[in-house]
Design a binder for this molecule. Structure first.
Ligand code: GDG
Length: 473
């Protein structure tokens, strides 16, 4: 979809700017041995591409590699790399972002760690993102800042550029007061976010937590979803549940090559009656331990016959330099090994565990090949995997088992909802989803597909941008 050899220019400017921790690019090897960069079309890029193209938009972010990279343009989009030193990667990214904020915002499932030098690094990297954005944004530009790594950017940017229209969207849950209050830098974070004109959350609960905190901690006046700031501005705090490029997934899954590959996957698994599927980043929020234990017990207890039911678990490598993630990887390796060792037969392990990342087509083939998708996070801002599975099921068959604690559970009411901490309950739900009739599956799936297709990523982006720019309804 893009070229790696875009033109470079030293100071590109734009009237629409997205600021995110990561630049959506992958490093590629050219035929002549040189390296280049290619945009990687994730959901956010896909949704924003038309807006980007129409406005000659710019995307500012870290390119994820140690070498310095000049700005370049590709497919009507300027890409503006931000450099991070090794120490900053350790302190700002792996430290404060993923060792403090990530666990704290996810119900403190793992202990959040508080280190003052991590915070200092977070502040200075946020300053750098704000500086770079202030250079790139044209007079009166619309700037959309993404996620928990950059919560200070809105206020920093406003100080530099009061002319801008600034939006902020948090992709992960915004925690309840009791948890957020632990944060030694709680007021700074709230003030940082309040630099935006519009602060977006996945769920109304997150927006309400934010408004309550602002009222209690910063003593600002609030009314419903509005906050009156000390400098007399009004900031809106609202929910915009994120979604996926539903028709894109639908089309991909319908293609003959994906259909063929899905058949092949089923065949390679021994053509079992039921394939359970999990797809997650290897993250302790995703409830992998509970899910694998529940499945393992069902096999051990003889309620699932491993000749007829298998679990395929894809766990994409993630943050593997953070201690808690290394520990999780070892735990899961051991758990899967034990279950397969105790209950498998030659050539028939009940669990196929894949610690790897796959191309999107392969993901679509897995979604098509599966019967029961198992999405059981202990806490999740939204969870796109659940929506991707639904978008790939044009035959209205199969079922989704979904955690009550995924943001997606608020919209996907016809999934088989479950409390992932309750292993017995989870086991019952897996069996129920497996045994329900195709008619019941089809009725549920039709509802789920309607929900996902009516509320896709384009709608998400346009609702947010309409509220931010005051255009539309
Ligand atoms: C955060 C929030 C929120 C996974 N493995 C592979 C692969 N994936 C893709 C999936 C999906 C994405 O990664 C994962 O998105 P999720 O939403 O499931 O989870 P997080 O990564 O934790 O995302 C979450 C999201 O932000 C958006 O706001 O929903 O709550 O935590 O798209 O398909 N993609 C490919 N190969 C893999 O092996 N190509």
């Amino acid at each position: 979809m893009s070229s790696d050899k875009g033109k470079t220019s030293s100071t590109p400017t734009a009237s629409f700017v997205v600021v995110a921790n990561r630049l959506a690019v992958d490093r590629i090897e050219n035929a002549d041995g040189t390296t280049g960069w290619r945009t990687s079309p994730g959901g956010l890029v896909t949704a924003l591409e038309p807006v980007m193209r129409a406005n000659d938009g710019a995307w500012i972010g870290w390119h994820g590699a140690p070498e310095k990279l000049e700005p370049f343009s590709t497919n009507g989009m300027q890409l503006i790399p931000v450099e991070l030193s090794e120490t900053e990667v350790a302190q700002y990214y792996e430290g404060l972002s993923n060792g403090t904020l990530w666990p704290l915002y996810h119900d403190a499932i793992e202990n959040p760690q508080f280190h003052r030098e991590w915070w200092d690094s977070y502040v200075s990297v946020n300053e750098r993102f704000a500086d770079r954005t202030a250079e790139v944004a044209e007079e009166g530009a619309v700037v959309w800042v993404q996620d928990y790594q950059l919560q200070l950017v809105p206020a920093m940017l406003r100080r530099r550029r009061p002319d801008l229209r600034i939006g902020f969207f948090l992709h992960i849950p915004f925690p309840p007061l009791e948890l957020f209050q632990q944060l030694p830098w709680r007021n700074q974070i709230l003030e940082g976010m309040l630099g935006a004109d519009l602060v977006g959350f996945q769920l109304p609960g997150g927006a309400q937590n934010f408004v309550r905190l602002v009222r209690q901690r910063l003593h600002l006046q609030t009314h419903r979803d509005r906050v009156r700031t000390a400098d007399g501005r009004t900031v809106l705090a609202r929910a915009y549940p994120i979604s996926i490029d539903a028709s894109g997934f639908n089309e991909m899954a319908a293609s003959p090559s994906v259909e063929q590959r899905a058949k092949q996957i089923r065949h390679d698994l021994g053509d079992p009656r039921t394939i359970f599927l999990g797809v997650d980043r290897l993250d302790y929020t995703k409830g992998l331990r509970q899910r694998i234990r529940a499945f393992g017990e069902l096999v051990r207890d003889g309620r699932l016959d491993p000749d007829e039911a298998v679990l395929v678990q894809v766990a994409a490598p993630s943050r593997d330099r953070v201690d808690q993630y290394r520990q999780l990887r070892d735990d899961i390796d051991m758990l899967v090994g034990r279950i397969n060792g105790e209950t498998g037969r030659i050539g028939r392990p009940p669990i196929t565990y894949l610690h790897a990342s796959y191309p999107r087509e392969e993901m679509a083939a897995l979604y098509r090949a599966a019967d029961i998708m198992v999405v059981t996070p202990l806490r999740d801002g939204m969870n796109l995997v659940a929506k991707e599975f639904i978008a790939c099921r044009q035959d209205d068959n199969g079922a989704l088992v979904l955690s009550e604690f995924a943001g997606a559970a608020k919209e996907l009411r016809q999934a088989y909802l479950v409390n992932p901490y309750d292993i017995n309950g989870l086991k019952e739900r897996l069996v129920e989803a497996m045994n329900d009739s195709p008619r019941v599956h089809a009725r549920r799936m039709r509802y789920l597909r309607k929900q996902v297709f009516e509320n896709d990523i384009d709608r998400w982006a346009s609702l947010f941008l309409e509220d931010l720019t005051g255009r539309g309804s």
